[in-house]
Design a protein around this ligand. Structure first.
Ligand code: OOB
Length: 540
């Protein structure tokens, strides 16, 4: 393919723009407009039905007018604190009204939220604050996160940021509730500028930041809302972390606001918490990862709640087996939609009117007519139609480069700007993709992504570990779990000791290995690399 779009130089702020010709095309063809993320609350609803419920969170119910006002007041509060347009703010909040208000406030003033997950710990948060040169860090006072009760305030004391803002009991820090002031005139951010940073699942030693511009992310969420049929009657239950791209903008909380519907925040996807909310709020749509879908398929048989309001269950983040997808309509009484997406951009959805066979067997087709997709072999040549190859993509909402990562970018993008997804797919004549596997060195643990290299580098810091290789083990519930093969010095550490060691290093619990296996040496490939294929085969 001719190199019609040479890679533009990254801007001084580390953001790689789209080439001029594509920018002009995306504007001319209507993919990119002037809308910014702060405008996402449906304007018609704000004008003609302002009392309509936008957000339900715990005991709070916020109308469109109220949420709009709260966001403006919080925006004024952030400005008063000294946060300016372009400043980065690491946001680590649970599914709470505080998260939604904080997100809207920051994007309205043109400050850029860096969306961390509640499960992240010192290792991830410290790194993000440094990489993004964040002015501020926002978190809840404490939470459980798979590793026991955790106090974010203790971690915050060591972070290299000027302001720490805490939702709940703030102690010596700024209380989120105090970021509240009479609304002020705000300069509109540039729609072409970076609106939000998402986190990459990661295949390298450290997580990467994904810059999403206002206009590309607005397109992402509006086009998604359209494909998923969102409207004013949509009641969207949020069970995944709202800070994750899937629950935020695919179509997610932001997509439901754009459509004029209602978002209901749940603390988790556990049937005990989610089902009563579905019943009480008459929720119509929910986005889940496969392990939650499997739990729900089981739980409906004994649960007492009425979940008959559900119309659509979106399943994505990891592959959902065709056999399970086929059970959803009868068992849960709603349609199923497969979603194969990535924080980097490209989203594939099965369509609401797709034949049953495609909905069950495929992971959907690209959202946008402007998405360009190639399926290539190891030499980068297009495979024959229907053959398996690596998925490459570029388009109006797929990044052109990670933030401040020139070496990684040189490997992750082709010279003409296609993002190498590391996913192995097969494309059907209809354009639908079937995910067949993965080339990247990552474990997909029920939708949570674990970079093998990141975990290995932590394991190597353990005094008894001489060498480490991390691979996925197939698992009926999670799809995969994480196994660490270790070459040890002296006595092999027990799994509990390794977990404790990783906890002390401040690594998020979902990245801890589920299993360890000690070996004398690693099998090698002909070129001398550790053969993870062979290690994985030993587990099968
Ligand atoms: C979503 O985003 P990320 O950034 O956490 O992870 C992206 C990766 C993909 O490259 C692929 O390896 C895997 O997750 N993946 C799937 C999948 N959906 C994502 N693999 C197989 N089948 C699927 N349906 O996971 C994400 C972002 C937006 C919407 C939905 C998921």
């Amino acid at each position: 393919m001719a190199d019609a779009n040479p890679r533009p130089e990254p801007a001084p702020d580390g953001f790689t723009p789209w080439p001029k010709d594509l920018e002009e095309r995306y504007i001319a063809e209507g993919y990119w407009g002037d809308r910014v993320l702060g405008d996402v609350l449906n304007r018609d609803v704000l004008r003609d039905d302002p009392d309509r419920t936008a957000l339900v969170a715990g005991d709070e119910r916020l109308s469109y007018a109220e949420l709009d006002r709260r966001a403006d007041r919080a925006a004024a509060g952030w400005l008063r604190l000294g946060v300016r347009p372009g400043d980065r703010v690491v946001v680590q909040l649970p599914n709470s009204a505080g998260f939604v208000v904080t997100f809207l406030a920051l994007v309205r003033i043109g400050a850029v939220p860096v969306l961390a997950l509640p499960a992240h710990r010192e290792s991830e948060i410290g790194y993000l604050c440094e990489l993004a040169e964040a002015r501020a860090y926002v978190a809840a006072d404490r939470a459980a996160g798979g590793d026991g009760a955790f106090d974010y305030r203790v971690m915050a004391r060591t972070l290299p940021v000027e302001h720490v803002v805490i939702e709940g009991d703030a102690e010596e820090f700024t209380a989120l509730a105090d970021l509240d002031a009479d609304p002020v005139e705000i300069a509109r951010p540039d729609p072409a500028g970076v609106g939000v940073f998402l986190l990459s699942g990661g295949t390298t030693g450290l997580p990467k930041l994904i810059p999403r511009t206002h206009r590309d992310y607005v397109y992402n969420l509006e086009a998604s809302a359209e494909v998923c049929g969102f409207g004013r009657d949509t009641v969207y239950l949020v069970v995944l972390p709202a800070a994750h791209n899937f629950a935020l903008a695919c179509p997610g909380v932001l997509g439901v606001f754009a459509a004029g519907g209602t978002a209901v925040l749940a603390p988790s996807g556990s049937p005990d918490e989610a089902f009563p909310l579905i019943e009480r709020e008459r929720a119509t749509v929910c986005a889940v990862v496969p392990p939650i879908a499997l739990l729900w398929l089981d739980a409906v048989s004994w649960a007492e709640e009425d979940v008959s309001s559900l119309e659509l269950l979106q399943v994505g983040g990891a592959k959902f087996a065709a056999e399970r997808a086929a059970e959803v309509p009868e068992t849960l009484g709603c349609r199923v939609q497969q979603v194969f997406g990535m924080a980097e951009g490209l989203l594939n959805y099965t369509r609401l009117d797709d034949p049953r066979d495609l909905v069950e067997r495929t992971q959907g087709r690209p959202l946008s007519p402007a998405d360009e997709v190639r399926v290539v072999d190891a030499d980068g040549a297009d495979v024959a139609p229907g053959e398996v190859g690596e998925l490459l993509t570029r388009g109006p909402y797929t990044l052109r480069g990670y933030y401040r990562a020139p070496e990684h970018n040189a490997r992750s993008f082709t010279p003409d700007g296609f993002y190498r997804t590391g996913d192995l797919v097969r494309r059907l004549p209809s354009g639908h993709l079937i995910v067949e596997g993965r080339e990247k060195d990552q474990i997909n643990r029920g939708g949570d992504k674990v970079s093998a290299e990141e975990l290995e580098s932590h394991l190597l810091a353990h005094p008894a570990v001489h060498d480490a290789a991390v691979v996925g083990v197939p698992d009926a519930m999670m799809g995969e779990r994480t196994c660490a093969f270790l070459v040890v010095r002296g006595t092999a550490p027990a799994l509990a000791e390794i977990k404790d060691f990783l906890r002390q290093r401040g690594l998020a619990a979902y990245k801890w290995p589920d299993r360890i296996e000690t070996v004398d040496t690693f099998p090698r490939t002909p070129v001398g690399k550790i053969s993870k294929k062979e290690l994985a085969a030993r587990l099968a």
